[in-house]
Write a protein that binds this ligand. Structure first.
Ligand code: S3P
Length: 451
């Protein structure tokens, strides 16, 4: 997918953060909602869809395989399901920057009676696909990527699959979802065990589309096994996508770390496999109130955050999967907080849209923060005097947004280069920043006076 010409984002130190906002729809749920609605029989209306580049890639891939999707507005889709009968695409399917699009589509395509090719941008073409290729081959798929890591482009010669029993070697919802989707088309039952819980949107949406998986919790209460029966049919069911917790995370973290801030976020996705950031911030001394108002399919609700001085913490083990997309902004909060914050067991960060450990460690240093990099994480020595910096996004939306937030806490001006990538997940990031941030000399800030 082609992207708007690369741009830069400049931010200044903020005086106050406050007000009420709703963030755009959840990225993980938007991908899944449009995928499942396309595979279902009947017509599904999706509201709150995230019009980010990543989800648009998934939508276009489905249209290229014969699914009629009416785009009623940027956030409202009417999907005419094709009852599992996709047509062979005439061109390679372009997943852009999106690992979710590529891994979930690969699971479906491995079982279709046609050949397909999945391509992506330079970042996605460097990300490991062996983790999906190996188990799909065990299911009988003919799929291969480039080199040892089976990177994209992925060549798929779809055909009959058989169910397998598989334990995930890495906590990954994309891998789990890829195999569950392949399992829907396979002969027999596909049984996926995860020792560390990853986000459970696929399980919830399968149930929403009337094909509930069977879920057994491990006796230790931590892991679980999810089973889908081959040949299960999905049926249309309208779906409203709540706000993306991972997008709200930038504002939650910023407000929590700025004394005096008072921010409310409404209609926010509050799925417990995604909200680990709240536990991290509470350990750091944050003041956050949550109320969950809607638990149909996906919990959603309102968060109110009051700013305080925060202190460092440790994040490791099973908590990592729950905060995997929030670690860049957690690193920013750690820089603002007093004391050390140690992030461990986060080697997955090295294979995200960029190597997020190297990118964040390097960028934090530009702001004057001392960081010790580990193979599987980093220790951030918080409380340093922060000065505005000129940093790169490395083409990674979450690095760009995390560094913009750090700029709000840094003296002088901060410029982030190559911020076109923000449109993959949060196209209205800058607009929302201006809704809640009060800069020096702006109305509310002058009322409060400078600190
Ligand atoms: C996602 C799962 C996570 C996450 C990504 C979205 C999903 O990736 O980092 O942004 O929608 O399933 P992994 O499953 O690879 O950890």
């Amino acid at each position: 997918m082609s992207r708007a010409p690369s741009s830069t984002l400049t931010v200044r130190q903020v005086r106050h953060l406050g007000g009420e906002i709703t963030v755009p729809g959840d990225k993980s749920l938007s991908h899944r909602a449009v995928l499942f609605a396309a595979l279902a029989d009947g017509t599904t209306e999706i509201t709150g869809f995230l019009p980010g580049e990543d989800c648009i890639c998934t939508m276009r891939a489905l249209q290229a395989m014969g699914c009629v999707i009416e785009v009623e507005s940027k956030t409202k889709l009417v999907v005419h399901g094709i009852n599992g009968k996709l047509l062979a695409p005439l061109e390679p399917l372009d997943c852009g920057n999106s690992g979710t699009a590529m891994r979930l589509l690969a699971g479906i395509l491995a079982a279709q009676p046609f050949k397909s090719r999945l391509i992506g941008d330079a970042s996605l073409s460097g990300r490991p696909m062996k983790r999906i290729v190996d188990p799909l081959i065990q299911m009988g798929a003919k799929i291969h990527g480039q080199g040892d890591k089976h990177t994209a482009p992925l060549e798929i010669e779809g055909g009959a699959l058989k169910g397998i029993e598989y334990t995930l070697p890495v906590a990954s919802a994309q891998l789990k979802s890829c195999l569950l989707l392949a399992g829907l088309f396979a002969q027999g039952t596909t049984s996926i065990t995860e020792k560390i819980p990853s986000r459970d949107h696929t399980e919830r949406l399968l149930a929403h589309f009337h094909a509930p998986p069977v879920i057994n919790l491990d006796p230790d209460g931590k892991g679980k096994t999810v089973r889908v029966r081959g040949g299960s049919r999905l049926h249309a069911n309208d779906f409203n996508v709540p706000g993306d917790f991972s997008s709200a995370a930038f504002w939650i973290a910023a407000a929590a770390a700025l004394p005096g801030a008072d921010l409310t976020i409404t209609h926010l996705g509050m799925n417990g496999t995604r909200t680990g950031l709240l536990s991290v911030l509470l350990r750091m001394g944050a003041q956050i109130y949550e109320s969950i108002s809607d638990s149909a399919c996906e919990p959603a609700g309102t968060l109110r955050v009051h700013g305080r001085h925060l202190r460092g913490t440790k994040i490791n083990g099973a908590e990592i999967a729950n905060v995997i997309d929030e670690l860049p902004i957690i690193a920013v909060v750690a820089a603002i907080a007093e004391g050390d914050t140690e992030i461990r067991d986060a080697q997955e960060l090295r294979v995200k849209e960029t190597d997020r450990i190297a990118a964040m460690a390097g960028n934090l240093r530009q702001f004057g923060v001392t960081v010790t990099e580990h193979d599987d994480g980093m220790t951030i020595h918080g409380g340093a005097r922060l000065t505005g910096a000129k940093v790169k996004s490395f083409g990674d939306h979450r690095i760009a947004m995390a560094c913009a937030v750090l700029g709000l806490f840094s003296k002088g001006e901060t410029t982030i280069e190559d911020t076109g990538c923000i449109a993959t997940s949060y196209p209205t990031f800058q607009e929302d920043l201006h809704k809640i941030a009060y800069f020096k000399d702006s109305g509310l800030a002058s009322l409060l006076g400078s600190r």
